[in-house]
Design a binder for this molecule. Structure first.
Ligand code: TYM
Length: 326
């Protein structure tokens, strides 16, 4: 079975971009693959966090993943800081990646421009991500478009390590969905939808009231023309709605465009399709939120499974590096 690994940060509100770009695929892939999904709390620490909020957000994220259909009987779901091998692997990756490679990462450039405090961890972030992926002998990484560069650098690190120290890591590749890989902000459709959105109206959160989601779609920015056509460069707002509708209904944005002559019905249909996709997730989440002890138990089981594989890979890497057995 294909080995799959992916991760998500626990902080900030989980949004439609996370769902369509990654989580829907996570859910699908767990049926055909040997899937491992990680809540990357250590990555969240690359920017200052409120401890209480981080604690609550991590549990909440686990419940939300379960609510989107991740089945702990099928997939391994765990919290990054529960498996120490990830931190250890992060160091091995830091010594394999170059300063120049890290400096070219667009995520670092974006985030460091906005940050008051730029931690060293924000800079070495991709090394820890490479460890996450490589420790699990990962073949495929289901992610949104924005993570492509991180998967490419992971491959480069693995190749370099293997050629210096002998065959150690499997080379992973990104799996990016055909539609929904880059969901854009509903108010600023030139920018990707993200937790740090300028206006809350542009961000569709998975756990917000369904009525409010509907309103956000109805107020989505389009353009002054009237033609419905899928053309992301010329018509970013309309194309974003078509992509979202296509992702949710497993359709094709060009085909869907043919069914509309006005923006209004496109907005209404997209809102409805999104609301219907999110409704069951919210209902399951409400149930799970009442039982934090059960969530913690499932995370414990996940960590045990993840540790087994990660420890084996770390041992192999350390041996190949020539580190003395302890
Ligand atoms: P994170 O937490 O920012 O996002 C989680 C997933 O959501 C996708 N995503 C989007 N997809 C489509 N449209 C959008 N607007 C959008 N915004 C976010 C992301 O591509 C991602 O798949 N560095 C990672 C976490 C990570 C990881 C890993 C991922 C740590 N280790 C190992 C894969 C493998 C991140 O910050 O994702």
């Amino acid at each position: 079975m294909t080995r799959v690994f992916s991760g998500i940060q626990p902080t900030g509100e989980i949004h439609l971009g996370n769902y369509l770009g990654a989580l829907r695929n996570w859910q699908k892939m767990q049926h055909e693959c040997d899937a491992v999904y990680c809540i990357v709390d250590l990555h969240a620490l690359t920017v200052p966090q409120d401890p209480k909020e981080l604690h609550a957000a991590t549990l909440r994220m686990a419940q939300l993943l379960l609510a989107t259909g991740i089945d702990p009987e099928k997939a391994t779901m765990f919290v990054q800081s529960h498996v120490r091998e990830h931190t250890e692997g992060g160091w091995l990756m830091e010594t394999t990646v170059s300063f120049g490679e890290l400096r070219r990462m667009t995520q670092f450039k974006d985030k460091s421009e906005r940050a008051d405090f730029i931690s060293a961890g924000l800079f070495t972030y991709p090394a820890l991500q490479a460890a996450d992926i490589l420790l699990h002998d990962t073949e495929e990484v289901p992610v949104g478009e924005d993570q492509k560069q991180h998967i490419e650098i992971t491959r480069d690190i693995a190749e370099r390590f293997n050629s210096r120290y002998g065959e150690t890591f499997v080379l992973p590749k990104a799996v990016i969905p055909k539609t929904g890989a880059r969901v854009m902000d509903l108010q600023n459709p030139e920018n990707k939808m993200s937790k740090s959105a300028e206006s809350p109206q542009g961000l569709v959160k998975l756990l917000e009231p369904l009525k409010s989601i509907e309103k956000k779609f109805k107020r989505a920015v389009t353009d002054t023309e009237t033609e419905v056509r899928y053309d992301p460069a010329a018509k970013p707002g309309v194309s974003n709605l078509l992509s979202i509708l296509a992702a949710v209904t497993d359709g094709d944005p060009h085909e869907l465009a043919k069914g509309y002559t006005q923006y209004g019905p496109l907005k209404t249909d997209t809102a409805e399709a999104v609301v219907e996709a999110i409704r069951p997730i919210q209902a399951r989440y409400e149930e799970l939120a009442n039982d934090p002890a059960e969530t913690a138990r499932l995370l414990g089981l996940g960590a045990d499974k993840a540790r087994e594989v990660a420890a084996r890979t770390i041992a192999r890497a350390k041996k190949n590096l020539g580190l003395l057995e302890g």
